[in-house]
Design a protein around this ligand. Sequence first.
Ligand SMILES: *Cc1c(COP(=O)(O)O)cnc(C)c1O
Length: 442
Amino acid sequence: MHGSSPPLTGSDVSPAELIAARPQLSRHALDGLMLEGVPLAAIAAELGTPTYVYSAETLRSRYAALIAALAAADLEGQIRYAVKANDHLAILRLLGGLGAGADVVSEGELLRALVAGIPAERIVFSGVGKSRDELAHALEARIGQINIESTEELDDLSELVGHLGRAARVALRVNPDVDAGTHAKITTGRAQDKFGIPAGLIPSLYARAAALPGIIPVGLALHIGSQVLSLAPFRKSFAVLAGLARGLRAANLPLERLDCGGGLGVPYANEPAPGPNGLAGALGRAFRGLGVELLLEPGRWLVAPAGLLLATVVRVKSGRERPFVVLDAGMNDLMRPALYDAWHGIVPVAVTDGEPIGGADVVGPICESADLFARNRPLPRLCPGDRVAVLDTGAYGRVMASSYNARPLAAEAMVSGERWAMIRPRQPFQDLWAKERVPDWL
Ligand SMILES: *Cc1c(COP(=O)(O)O)cnc(C)c1O
């Protein structure tokens, strides 16, 4: 594997250290693991498991920290939350209410953002494969910005603008040819990746866009990848963007904003991470004095630490080298370990004597060897029926879930202070086949 994504093995950070580094998590002497003011055991008792639980306060405080970092760096910036990280309406409503817009990558996400009450002018449409229908619907909804990924897409959009008589505010997405140093499956800014337009083609394409009737170029965009844990790739790609912006200004082309994408990484294993202040420093160095508005498209950084996945130990199976702790949550609920070798903290919910007694392989029930959440993880003794929380699963968790092995989609809940609410019931079994049709000739 490649880059700095933490592997399934190799991190000895203990449950106590994981809890200590997460402000909304605590361990109560009687109630066990708490998220804000709510004992997670109470949610598990009522909704069963697997269940995703999100902390509203974590979302609010992280959004506020991003805004504060931009202000401290004296930057004019706006947030366009990357909906694909977690598209639940309650999360979109909460972030939209704080002032966030949305970065969407499909018509479904566009509709979700609108249904959640995010104003169309605060919506950015990204993605390499927007269909003509999707572009037409985006024009009809009068969204704020369409990020163009290719010459061909600009041609399609221009034709649609002509047909529909609706103007389009566009940004050209630059491929800065920078390696984000992240897992190969989530790096997007290298020349060989499918995303964006090579920097060398930007000046002429931007001039062409400005000359097209109904196309209003507002600036440039980039997004170099996800779970980026070092500032160097941000600095390099922002320098490319600033250079291009200066060139466009010098050519008297209109440019009002730079969309700097998402990608800010989170410390899943308490590793050092740049955070919003580091990012704002890099933005300031590249763009201060240019007189442009900045857009940020964070997904993971805002929502990953706000969520956890509650699961129950089904069985502890003895293994040749160490025990297997088999959970009722699997790769169908949380794909990240199987897909990206992602490391997630796993913390017992009940009060335990705390100290890990030895390594275990934590696995799910799915009939795939990739259904493995952690290898040789130091954990306290766990017994069937015990509950655990898989931490930092608010991003790219539930949105990637499937009902593989005919396992219904997990329930979801949100806490805020001492309140909590179920925000999605567990999928009933009959929903699994409700829309299936058996031809009458069978
Ligand atoms: C996925 C994506 C994001 C969000 O990435 P995170 O790593 O979750 O912050 C932002 N912009 C675009 C264009 C994306 O595709």
